[in-house]
Design a binder for this molecule. Structure first.
Ligand code: SAM
Length: 220
């Protein structure tokens, strides 16, 4: 079925933010009940923000395969998943996408005006892949694979993404009224962008503080 037709008959909860481990929560969702996934999982880099905050599961990779397999199960046939990822762990991420049967059909780069860390090179971009389940139809107007970064100030979450950079992809890859899932939703940036574009949303977040932030953000 084309992702441009929302799955109104599905049983997945809509317009809510669930607290829990996304692998366990996604196991409760019906297969094929989600129109688009846009997500920003931990990069498995032991990230530490300026004020010392860390992310859950950012020190391990064993959750990657179960998480992407669960995403593939709940995504309906011929639909897309946009996922940020850590370039530091290419093998682990690639292995998880392959195990889930998801095919890389695009690579997105978000150039920053500032340097976020420096080692051999001065790191100044984020990256994401576009993963396909089956053969999604091509969008009428393809979104560019380079999108200028918009800095949020990380006030809501230590690795907060801006809804502004997510919106063009949500618009291109999901139908109005369709269900957009973010299983690692943090402060709810995907949910905000989806809602503002007339999509339904479902967020899952394991850290109670971030779940609360996302929940309150969606009340505003
Ligand atoms: C990179 S952050 C997402 C930030 C988000 N894009 C934003 O703009 O706020 C990843 C999030 O995944 C959460 N997380 C880690 N493991 C999880 C799991 N198994 N299930 C659900 N959430 C998880 C972390 O607590 C963290 O908030």
């Amino acid at each position: 079925m084309s992702p441009l037709v929302p799955l109104r008959g599905s049983e997945a909860p809509r317009n809510t933010v669930i607290l829990g481990d996304c692998v366990k929560v996604m196991a409760t969702l019906p297969p094929g009940s989600v129109d688009l996934i846009v997500t920003d999982p931990p990069y498995a880099v032991r990230y530490r923000s300026r004020n010392g905050e860390r992310l859950l599961n950012d020190d391990r990779v064993d959750w990657l395969e179960p998480a992407y397999c669960s995403m593939a199960r709940v995504l309906h046939d011929d639909a897309l998943c946009l996922s940020f990822y850590g370039w530091h762990q290419p093998d682990a991420f690639t292995q998880a996408w392959k195990a889930a049967g998801l095919q890389v059909v695009g690579h997105l780069v978000f150039p920053k005006r500032y340097v976020s860390s420096t080692r051999y090179v001065a790191n100044s971009h984020e990256q994401a892949v576009l993963l396909a389940k089956g053969r999604p139809p091509l969008p009428r107007v393809p979104a560019r694979d380079i999108c200028r970064w918009h800095y949020t100030g990380n006030r809501r979450h230590p690795t907060e993404k801006s809804p502004q950079i997510l919106a063009p992809y949500i618009e291109a890859f999901s139908p109005e009224g369709g269900l957009v899932l973010d299983p690692f939703c943090g402060s709810g940036s995907t949910l905000r962008a989806a809602h503002d574009l007339g999509r339904d949303y479902l967020g899952i977040e394991m850290d109670p503080r971030h779940r609360e932030t996302a929940y309150r953000r969606m009340l505003a």
